[in-house]
Design a protein around this ligand. Sequence first.
Ligand SMILES: C[S@@+](CC[C@H](N)C(=O)[O-])C[C@H]1O[C@@H](n2cnc3c(N)ncnc32)[C@H](O)[C@@H]1O
Length: 236
Amino acid sequence: MSDTITTQRKGSGTMFDGIAPRYDLLNKLMSFGMDRRWRRHLIDSLGDIAGRTVLDVATGTGDVAIAIAQRCAQARVVGLDPSSGMLAVGACKLEAAALDDRVTLVAGDAQELPFDDDAFAASCIAFGIRNVPDRSRALREMARVTQGGGRVVVLELGEPASGPISALARLHVHHVVPMLGAWLSNDEAYRYLQASIAAFPPPKEFAALMDAAGLDVVAIKPLAWGAANLFVSDGR
Ligand SMILES: C[S@@+](CC[C@H](N)C(=O)[O-])C[C@H]1O[C@@H](n2cnc3c(N)ncnc32)[C@H](O)[C@@H]1O
């Protein structure tokens, strides 16, 4: 890994090491269990992956990688993440689900993927791109390792749109999430979560970043009034 990539900042693998044992529970509580449904939308957007290999960047504890392998019996998945703590939790889940023969976990950074050009039929990143310091570089890397025409899909939390119903979603992101986070985990990590959601570019701006990285965005799907957004690219 290049030494231009820092690992000690907020949002880094090191920060996630500290919350890894409680990450899955926190995720469910904070998204009211909607995270599973959002990941399913992501998997549906990957195109035809039967018999092929998919890359899941920022795999964390492996939920997306596991869901892909369960959904598509012939697919193989490589999950990459810099946090050894998150990967260790993921490895236990893979073993329990008897999927360790089709899902491989690899330590690494999105900004410098340790894979050959065109190594994967499709690639994705769920709730991870927000944490990557150089997002353009990570998106270019995903484009590079994905075969031409293969899907590159990004799922990311967002700032809910304005309006009376979405006010509830905003209340949740700005008040409930940090409170739950401080209570169940480490205060700083979850203050970071809220701040990083607020700082993430609006959907059209992020889609433009994907386009500039050489990815052709064909759909932006808001989920739960924009509390999350799915960006689907037809690759390069
Ligand atoms: C919120 S978790 C998402 C995990 C998983 N994708 C999910 O759906 O639950 C964010 C993950 O991003 C990882 N991460 C942080 N910086 C990264 C980087 N530069 N490259 C790849 N992953 C990174 C963290 O270690 C963490 O596991």
